[in-house]
Write a protein that binds this ligand. Structure first.
Ligand SMILES: Cc1ncc(COP(=O)(O)O)c(C=O)c1O
Length: 398
């Protein structure tokens, strides 16, 4: 499996790091307080896989299980919901701390703010989160999905009362479609989980929303992780997690590793180019890791990753599939984690690094050994149940 994994140690030039404060503890605290105001809120479990840690030759392995998030099977709703609330707060001249869930759904706010239409493009999870939050907050949502999106994912979004369609173009094109449609709609707002030149405020709120997950995991861990592995599509999540742990452990940050799908390896390509500039990957990006199939990096996040990620890894589909299977059927004594394709990619990568002789150089470079305390995020459960069964139960490739 070593041939299914490539890596680049980060040697890019550093910048003035102006985006790091976005993920300060106090900013993340605001997001977490907001999420806690939802009746559906509960802390998702952190699975301590002791037997697996021993099997892999590391000291501790903790997997944050986002399949429990708000009943939505993925972490993504944390970002969309927080950004939508921040937008409403700004429009009504309020502080987000004065806009908890029960105020957001009140008739008074309805009178004051009216109804916005939130537009977004999605592989599935972000759009479902936006649709869910719009539904809960009595707003409207319109969602565009790239070609290849499954009917199940579309149905999940439609079930939240949103307007949603599967288009004939890829994810990045869908982002442009959402932006164009919003600009033609009265009170139309793009709530997209990636930043580009001139569109940075809402994605920064989305990243802060993801901070809730990092903050919970940090608290549950009860000690500084030595290593954090995080998966990336556009890199908003990775920037949020890397930013959070860099701020939290300023003097001695964990070694942070970013994992992408090989067909959508825009961050890795940037790291390979080594000049600090963004690289874009185009094409169909056909991978089972639907959530990671994005070829244009978030510019805000890229800056954080350039300064603080230790290594960029790209993984082929069999690595994610192996991660899914091993989390579902753990070592004796550990609990199983239902982890989908994008969720299991970092675990699959870690297993490969620790067990494949071809990865010894990387293992040594990252100093992964019996003293390592590794934190991973399983960012989704079986969000595509058919495919999950095919891979985990039937042993198929997809
Ligand atoms: C389950 C899952 N994990 C990870 C990611 C990657 O997040 P980002 O696009 O912010 O890099 C996504 C994105 O949709 C996702 O759905």
């Amino acid at each position: 499996m070593g041939q299914d994994l490539k890596w680049k140690i980060n040697t890019m030039p550093k910048t003035d790091d102006r985006n790091l404060p976005l993920m300060s503890e106090s900013e993340v605290r605001k997001a977490r307080t907001f999420h806690q105001s939802f009746p559906q809120y509960s802390i998702t479990p952190l699975a301590d896989l002791n037997a697996m840690a021993e099997h892999l030759g590391i000291g501790r392995l903790a997997v944050k299980d986002e399949s429990y998030r708000f009943g939505l099977n993925a972490f993504k709703v944390l970002g969309g919901s927080y950004a939508m609330a921040r937008y409403i707060a700004e429009e009504t001249g309020k502080d987000i701390s004065n806009l908890p869930y029960h105020t957001l759904i009140s008739d008074e706010l309805r009178k004051e703010f009216g109804q916005a239409t939130f537009f977004s493009a999605t592989d599935g999870n972000h759009g479902r989160g936006v649709a869910w939050a719009a539904n809960k907050m009595r707003q409207k949502a319109v969602i565009y999905m790239p070609k290849g999106s499954t009917q199940t994912r579309l149905n999940n979004i439609l079930a939240e009362g949103a307007t949603a369609t599967i288009e004939t173009v890829n994810y990045d094109e869908c982002v442009r479609m959402a932006a164009a449609a919003a600009s033609k709609t009265p009170h139309g707002v793009v709530v997209q989980d990636t930043a580009w030149e001139g569109y940075e405020k809402i994605p920064a709120w989305i990243m802060q929303g993801y901070g809730t997950m990092a903050n919970e995991a940090d608290e549950q861990l009860g000690e500084r992780p030595t290593h954090v592995f995080v998966q990336a599509g556009v890199g908003s999540l990775a920037g949020a997690v890397v930013g959070y742990f860099t701020n939290k452990y300023k003097e001695n940050p964990p070694t942070m590793v970013v994992v992408e799908a090989d067909v959508a390896a825009c961050l890795y390509q940037g790291a390979m180019a080594n000049d600090g500039n963004i690289r874009i990957v185009d094409g169909d990006m056909d991978t089972i890791m639907a959530g990671l199939a994005c070829g244009e990096p978030n510019i805000t996040s890229w800056d954080i990753l350039k300064n603080h990620a230790a290594c960029f890894i790209v993984a082929k589909d069999p690595i994610a599939a192996r991660g899914m299977r091993m989390l579902a059927a753990p070592a004796r004594g550990d609990i199983p984690v239902i982890s989908g394709e994008s969720g299991a990619a970092p675990f699959g990568a870690l297993v490969t690094i620790m067990t494949d002789e071809g990865c010894r150089e990387l293992r040594d470079a990252l100093k992964l050994d019996k003293d390592s305390r590794v934190l991973l995020f399983s960012t989704e459960g079986d969000t595509d149940p058919e495919r999950y069964k095919n891979i985990v139960w039937e042993g198929k490739e997809r």
